[in-house]
Design a binder for this molecule. Structure first.
Ligand code: CUA
Length: 330
């Protein structure tokens, strides 16, 4: 038994120590959150080891000899012991509460002059708006992909247009619910360059698992180049915007070979669009219940795209779809 116990203990210790349990740390907040995580985990491991150790020892030490059918001797309690096992948890829980509060305050600490990104969630896509970056005609920059500069503290103001979603980039750790009608906030200071997944982490409907985007962390110069690129695209007009608009808003639910998307929630556009005209495509976007493709349910696709897209965006999307799916005359 002792050998088996030691072997199992050694195997579990190896699993605990040698598997990288947490994602890479991609933000200052990740370091802070991970410290809290390990602080709590170590306390839990210590408490478990003491409780399990005492239990195993008691089972072994006080076991009844074979043939002994007597009742055990009566127990009258032990005031000293009870004080100890009440005071220690109070100290531990208080320590966890204090440490977590300090960590949260540190993680959400922001200089007065900081970058803001508005995050809007919708079944089943993300839209990121940069109120500090104006395009032509004072429109703020919006994107289906989150692009941010490294080492800059960013305040994310999160909301939803329909059901509850949750904004999360695992490498940044900070997670925030997106709720219709209110604006929640979270703060991230990315410290690592690269591309990370943006994940919806609240079960929000049929397309929940596909509700993803990406966060690209660029250096200062790369970020400025990206903004210039977005400005240029906005100037060049609607049709150029069709593809990114489609990928970020529609791709998680619809397959379209030309855009490289493979969503399965809604109809496969490569098979339902060919031969259709602009009116049909436009109606399918703004009033998806008007005609439901065979094998699909009404009310799955949001019905507010008509309000969400500008006239120009809608036009660009329709043109793009007709072109991409080899549709008929416009
Ligand atoms: Cu949105 Cu899950």
């Amino acid at each position: 038994m002792t050998l088996v116990g030691l072997a199992v203990g050694a195997a579990l210790a190896a699993v605990a120590l040698f598997i990288p349990w947490l994602p890479d740390q991609g933000a200052e907040q990740a370091r802070i959150v991970d410290n809290v995580y390990w602080f709590v985990t170590i306390i839990c491991v210590a408490v478990f080891a003491v409780v399990a150790g005492v239990s195993v020892y008691a089972v072994w030490k006080f076991r009844a000899p074979p043939g002994d059918m007597d009742d055990g001797s009566p127990i009258h309690g032990h005031t000293g012991l009870e004080i100890v096992w009440t005071v220690i948890p109070i100290i531990l829980v208080t320590a966890i509460a204090v440490y977590s509060s300090v960590a949260l305050a540190q993680a959400e600490d922001l200089p007065d002059d900081h970058m803001v990104v508005e995050v809007s969630a919708r079944q089943f896509a993300w839209t990121f708006t940069y109120p500090g970056v104006q395009l032509e005609g004072d429109q703020p920059l919006t994107s289906g992909e989150l692009v941010v500069p490294v080492d800059e503290p960013i305040e994310f103001r999160v909301t939803s247009e329909d059901v509850i979603h949750s904004f999360w980039v695992p490498e940044w750790r900070m997670k925030q619910d997106a709720v219709q009608g209110i604006t929640t906030r979270t703060v991230v200071q990315p410290t690592k360059l690269g591309t990370f997944p943006v994940v919806c982490t609240e079960l929000c409907g049929l397309g929940h698992s596909t509700m993803r985007s990406q966060a690209r962390v660029l250096d200062e110069a790369g970020y400025r180049r990206w903004i210039e690129e977005q400005r240029r695209r906005a100037r060049e007009g609607a049709s150029v915007q069709g593809e990114p608009l489609f990928v970020s808003n529609c791709g998680s639910c619809h397959t379209l070979a030309a855009a490289g998307t493979q969503g399965q929630v809604g109809p496969d556009l490569d098979s339902v669009l060919p031969g259709q005209d602009a009116d049909f495509v436009q109606e399918s976007i703004v009033d998806p219940n008007a005609e439901i493709a065979q094998g699909f349910q009404p009310d799955v696709m949001p019905q507010n795209y008509g309000e969400m897209f500008s006239e120009q965006q809608l036009q660009g999307l329709v043109e793009y779809l007709l072109e991409a799916a080899g549709g008929g005359e416009q």
